[in-house]
Design a protein around this ligand. Structure first.
Ligand SMILES: [Zn+2]
Length: 92
């Protein structure tokens, strides 16, 4: 399984391979600060690991938000990120 730091690098190096979408079903306000990461379907995309990750819209830091079995980690680490980094979010 891809790690968050690997995916973060992939996003930086090959952003064209990914689509970022807002989590419209997310109940927490923290989802205004993170986008879900989806792999574009291509010959190179052999797995769908990226559906378990989200990325901070401000600094592009990648976090896992789901375990491999699909259970949610919750949003605590996402909220911690916002607080720790002191993002002043401008989300449109
Ligand atoms: Zn951030």
């Amino acid at each position: 399984m891809t790690t968050a730091s690997e995916l973060e690098k992939h996003l930086r190096d090959t952003p064209d391979l990914y689509v970022l979408k807002s989590n419209e079903s997310g109940k927490s306000n923290v989802w205004k600060h993170f986008s879900l990461i989806f792999e574009k379907r291509s010959a190179a995309a052999t797995n769908d690991d990226s559906k378990y990750f989200c990325v901070c819209v401000s600094c592009k830091r990648v976090y896992a938000y789901k375990a491999a079995d699909g259970s949610s980690f919750g949003t605590k680490n996402l909220i911690d990120h916002i607080i720790h980094i002191k993002h002043t979010i401008v989300y449109r």
